[in-house]
Design a protein around this ligand. Structure first.
Ligand SMILES: NC(=O)c1ccc[n+]([C@@H]2O[C@H](COP(=O)([O-])OP(=O)(O)OC[C@H]3O[C@@H](n4cnc5c(N)ncnc54)[C@H](OP(=O)(O)O)[C@@H]3O)[C@@H](O)[C@H]2O)c1
Length: 272
């Protein structure tokens, strides 16, 4: 039951009809006997700063999950950032600090590699192609770079974001073979980290003719579960890794971030 002692959490995104994190977090709050609830907030890009300024003033609002399209713009609205959020240039979780500010962290990359590991897909020593340079892609790039791939190729539509990500990775990981590319062919693991595939009429994020047996094609999009690029890759004989694994991989990390240090009290009369 939601009451006056309940800690409030939100998910801020646009659109939010497809989100699954609130359902999963509410189940975790329930299972752990914590007095907390998470609800989705549909906030357009131009309204993010005003929205966060208002939410900071709600004293029982403890934290937010930040999703498309706000992960990069929310960085500027945080008082503190973890090093990995600073490097990724993006946040996906915010936590209250003091009475009127949020601190930010980025758990997308950790979730992605945890999901890969759970499915038995290695990163170390593999040639990896990452398509996308937005918030999710930047976080995934950092998490991959930390795990010694043989090579990391970056591809993105807009050149500016691509160059900025490439430069950040080069300065933080000088020993990493990280290059800007055009084609996904010649890699062991190809990751679609763009938002292409979310809408039925989206073009494919890359040419599926360039993948085949022996290649893993991984996705960040969760709905539909098997996106058009995964269908096309599977038809070509590639192994596929759906986006749901990334969320499963990071739910525990999000839950810990929100609940550590006793930030959420137990429900009255109901321990874990
Ligand atoms: N499974 C999970 O747990 C999980 C977690 C986080 C995110 N996601 C998913 O990851 C996706 C990306 O999220 P994000 O936060 O990184 O979004 P974002 O910061 O807005 O970045 C979007 C990316 O997609 C590219 N893109 C968008 N439209 C395009 C088009 N028409 N043609 C070519 N490229 C296009 C963008 O390229 P430009 O730079 O050129 O604009 C950019 O690289 C979303 O679908 C989100 O649902 C999944």
């Amino acid at each position: 039951m939601i009451g006056g002692t309940t800690k409030l959490f939100g998910l801020v995104g646009h659109p939010v009809t497809h989100v699954r994190t609130p359902q999963a977090m509410n189940a975790l709050f329930e299972r752990n006997g914590l007095d907390a609830v998470m609800v989705p907030f549909d906030v357009a890009g131009a309204d993010l700063a005003a929205c966060l300024a208002g939410l900071q003033r709600i004293r029982n609002l403890e934290g937010l999950v930040v999703t498309v399209p706000h992960k990069m713009s929310a960085v500027e609205l945080c008082r503190d950032l973890t090093p990995r959020a600073g490097l990724a240039g993006a946040v996906n979780v915010l936590r209250r600090v003091g009475e009127d500010a949020f601190a930010g962290d980025m758990l997308d990359g950790e979730g992605f590699v945890a999901g890969l590991a759970a499915a038995g897909h290695a990163v170390a020593g593999r040639r990896i192609c990452l398509v996308g340079a937005g918030g999710a892609a930047s976080a995934i790039a950092v998490a991959l770079a930390e795990r010694q791939p043989a090579k990391l190729t970056l591809i993105n539509r807009s050149r500016e974001r691509l160059l900025a990500l490439h430069e950040r990775l080069r300065s933080r990981f000088p020993a990493l073979d990280v290059v800007i590319g055009e084609q996904v062919g010649g890699h062991d693991l190809v990751v679609n980290a763009t938002s292409l595939g979310l809408r039925a009429d989206d073009p494919l994020p890359f040419d599926p003719e360039q993948v085949g047996p022996g290649v893993v094609v991984a996705e960040v999009i969760m709905t539909p579960e098997i996106t058009p690029i995964l269908h096309a890759a599977a038809r070509r004989g590639a192994a596929i890794h759906p986006g749901r694994a990334m969320l499963d991989g990071q739910l525990d990390a999000i839950f810990r971030y929100f609940s550590e240090d006793g930030r959420i009290p137990a429900r009255q009369g109901r321990g874990p």
